[in-house]
Design a protein around this ligand. Structure first.
Ligand SMILES: [Zn+2]
Length: 158
C-alpha cells in the first residue's frame, strides 16, 4: 500500500511536536507472549480499517471479533530517533502499554501493508526496516515467508 506522501515540512513539524513534548514518546515494547495476547488475536481477526491522519498518527477503527461496530482510536506510530514509537489513547494501552490498535498497526506493517514515516529522515517504510530492533519481536515473531523481498523499495523512499 502506498500512502500519499505528505510534504516534508509536515513531517518536520510532527517531529518537532514530538521533540517538544514533555516526556519522551513511548518506545514500542512487546509484552512477553504478545503473539498469544487477545489484542494480537483481535487485531488479526476483527473487522478493521486504518487511515493515516498525518505523518505520525493513524486513525484505527477496530471492532471486536463478534461485533460489527467499529470504535475509533488515534494512534501514534512512527519512527523517531531510530526507534519505533507508539501511543494509543485507549485504556488498554494506558495500563498495559499494549493494545489491539497498536497490534493492528504492527500486524499491517510487518506484512508490507502500512506506510510508517521515519520522522528524522522524512521517508516512509512500508515494512519494518532492517535496522529496527524491537524487544521480543525476533524471539516471538510470527513466521513470515522466507522468500519475501528484504525491503519494499519500489520507489516509496525518496
Ligand atoms: Zn489502543
Amino acid at each position: 500500500m502506498l500512502a500519499a506522501m505528505s510534504a516534508e515540512t509536515s513531517v518536520e513539524e510532527h517531529r518537532k511536536q514530538i521533540a517538544n513534548r514533555l516526556g519522551e514518546p513511548d518506545r514500542l515494547q512487546f509484552p512477553s507472549g504478545w503473539t498469544m495476547s487477545s489484542s494480537w488475536q483481535r487485531a488479526q481477526a476483527a473487522p478493521s480499517a486504518v487511515g493515516p491522519v498525518n505523518p505520525a498518527e493513524f486513525d484505527v477503527l477496530l471492532s471486536y471479533v463478534d461485533e460489527d461496530s467499529l470504535s475509533k482510536h488515534r494512534v501514534l506510530f512512527a519512527l523517531y530517533e531510530g526507534e519505533l514509537v507508539a501511543e494509543c489513547e485507549c485504556d488498554g494501552y494506558r495500563f498495559r502499554g499494549w493494545c489491539a490498535h497498536v497490534a493492528l498497526l504492527w500486524w499491517k506493517w510487518s506484512r508490507d501493508n502500512l506506510a510508517v514515516t521515519d520522522l528524522d529522515a522524512s521517508r516512509v517504510h512500508t515494512s519494518p526496516p532492517w535496522w529496527l530492533s524491537v524487544d521480543d519481536v525476533e524471539r516471538d515473531r510470527v513466521d513470515v515467508e522466507p522468500d519475501q523481498p528484504v525491503a519494499a523499495d519500489g520507489g516509496v523512499e525518496r
